[in-house]
Design a protein around this ligand. Structure first.
Ligand code: HEC
Length: 107
């Protein structure tokens, strides 16, 4: 009886530990996702490539379109694209976008 309760609560703890981990972005994985952006965006220098440098993106007050820099506005940009920037809505999974955001916050 006691053993059974222990097993059940151990499972509960494991699940509680797993669920948030799935939703939170992983910056290391996001760096790999950024390979698809790196042709047009620098993450390490202020150099403008096809698109503006994204170095320090989340430290900026606003995007070029005037919107505040936050998860929603950057995700919208990634989903829809703009001008020569392609839309990534169907290219990247929700997990990849979460990882990408986590990475963008580190550059
Ligand atoms: C083919 C080139 C290209 C690719 C690939 C690309 N972008 Fe862009 N991106 C652009 C251009 C060009 C702009 C400027 C658009 C404008 O304002 O007219 C831009 C703008 C942005 C902006 C807004 C920057 C600001 O300060 O306003 C963000 C954020 C962004 N891109 C993120 C990404 C991410 C993340 C990826 C990868 C998933 C990506 N881009 C892939 C070309 C690209």
């Amino acid at each position: 009886m006691t053993k059974r309760i222990l097993v059940v609560s151990a499972l509960g703890l494991m699940l509680a530990g797993l669920l948030p981990a799935q939703k939170k972005g992983d910056a290391a994985k996001g760096k790999e996702v950024f390979d698809q952006c790196g042709v047009c965006h620098s993450a390490t220098t202020d150099e403008k490539k096809m698109g503006p440098s994204l170095k320090g993106l989340f430290k900026k007050a606003k995007l070029a379109n005037g919107q505040p820099v936050n998860d929603a506005s950057v995700t919208a940009m990634v989903n829809k694209g703009k001008g020569t920037m392609p839309a990534f809505a169907d290219v990247l999974s929700a997990d990849e976008k979460a990882d990408l955001l986590a990475y963008l916050k580190t550059i």
